[in-house]
Design a protein around this ligand. Structure first.
Ligand SMILES: Cc1ncc(COP(=O)(O)O)c(C=O)c1O
Length: 394
């Protein structure tokens, strides 16, 4: 008998479907914006990380087109061999200036930035103190480093202190945390963590994927939000969310940037960001430096939406940012809620295990500067209707 080598995968997928955990991936046939065409239907969009509406901003689109006229499309090599263009360097200088740090290095994505940075800073014999709810790319970066990983309780500086005190065998140490936790929208207590890192002389790294372009003055990120300039060694950012394009960035001291250009494996062994992406990212920095209007509008929308949802009786968890979780508990209920919202013309994703813990399924509402007050009110009406129909609110 010939063994069916993939039968186990079919069984796993069937089990995911039974548990309501199978991710149905929808197809978009329009640019990103407040409204999308999803699976052929025009719907209001509350699922993207397009916080500022830059993903289809005319200035970014124009910059990408112009750059392709002068630089072509692809980098055609990894950066250390023949793939670093003047545009990459310009973007890095602009990002460093925007964030008020000595230097910045860009990567193909935020995920890659974490995979590059953590193993370049720590290795066998070292210890990483990592928030229990850190993003998958941090977890994978930690695994790749081969350092010992000590998870501390989520956003709990006291537990971090205890874990540090209990870990006496090490060569070097690193503390790593998400800045904004993308499933709950809560913010890391960075001032306390920075204090602990400084007392113990431990390197501190924050992944600000959801804070870049959102937190701080004009979107300068979590370090700026807390006024911690010079107290955080490494800031990871992504250019795929508020910046509206794609790419990752590591910002900090020049020595760390220099080291990543020598030892960051995705820098050395994977081709660089493409020309239109780099040019569009430079245009995004231009826009953020020119005005805080988009960031201000994002926060106004988010505050309005959150308040209205809470007064309808929904549980919006611990959010402190434009990410608004609508806590529902079991995954099948979250999926049913999301399907009904789609029928109402609102695209909002259900998240279940393993993206969030079992029993903590939710809808995640991503607010954006692109939404008008009418868009928000229409969505709130749909939430009220579906919430009552499914017995989530009274
Ligand atoms: C905290 C965090 N880090 C990294 C990433 C990955 O970013 P990118 O999409 O640029 O790879 C994300 C995106 O989901 C994130 O939320």
């Amino acid at each position: 008998m010939i063994e069916d080598k993939t039968a186990w995968i079919e069984a796993e997928i069937a089990s995911l479907r039974e548990q309501g955990l199978f991710a149905h991936i929808r197809t978009l046939s329009s640019p990103q914006g407040a409204w999308l065409v999803v699976d052929g239907q025009r719907v209001l969009n509350f699922s993207s990380n397009n916080y500022l509406g830059l993903a289809n901003h005319p200035r970014l689109v124009e910059a990408a087109k112009r750059a392709m006229d002068t630089h072509g499309v692809g980098p055609a090599a990894v950066r250390s061999i023949a793939g670093t263009m003047d545009l990459h360097l310009e973007l890095e200088e602009r990002l460093a200036r925007f964030k008020g740090v000595e230097a910045a290095v860009t990567f193909q994505s935020g995920f890659m930035a974490n995979l590059a940075t953590i193993p370049a800073l720590v290795g066998r014999g070292d210890v990483i103190f990592s928030d229990r709810l850190n993003h998958a790319s941090i977890i994978d970066g930690c695994r790749l480093s081969r350092a010992q990983v000590v998870a501390y309780e989520h956003n709990d500086p006291d537990d971090l202190r205890q874990q540090i005190a209990a870990t006496t065998e090490y060569r070097r140490r690193l503390i790593v945390t998400d800045g904004v936790f993308s499933m709950d929208g809560d913010i890391a207590p960075l001032p306390e963590i920075a204090q602990i890192a400084s007392e113990h002389g431990i390197l501190l790294m924050v992944d600000d994927a959801h804070g870049e372009g959102v937190l701080g003055r004009g979107g300068r990120g979590i370090v700026d939000h807390f006024g911690l300039h010079g107290q955080v060694d490494v800031e990871i950012g992504t250019l795929s969310k508020a910046f509206g394009v794609v790419g990752g960035v590591v910002a900090g001291n020049k020595v760390i940037a220099d080291w990543l250009r020598q030892r960051g494996r995705p820098f050395l062994f994977s081709s660089a960001m493409a020309v239109p992406d780099i040019a569009a990212n430079i245009a995004a920095v231009d826009l953020l430096e020119e005005s805080t209007e988009l960031v201000d509008r994002l926060w106004r929308n988010a505050e309005y939406f959150k308040q209205q949802m809470q007064s309808l009786g929904f549980d919006t968890g611990e959010t402190q940012t434009p990410i608004v979780p609508v806590m529902l508990g079991e995954a099948p209920l979250a999926q049913q809620f999301s399907r009904r919202m789609f029928e109402e013309g609102v695209f909002v994703m259900a998240l279940g295990f393993p993206t969030v813990p079992l029993g903590k399924a939710r809808l995640r509402v991503m607010n954006s500067a692109t939404h008008s007050r009418d868009d928000l009110d229409k969505t709130l009406e749909s939430f009220a209707r579906v919430g009552r129909e499914l017995g989530v609110i009274v």
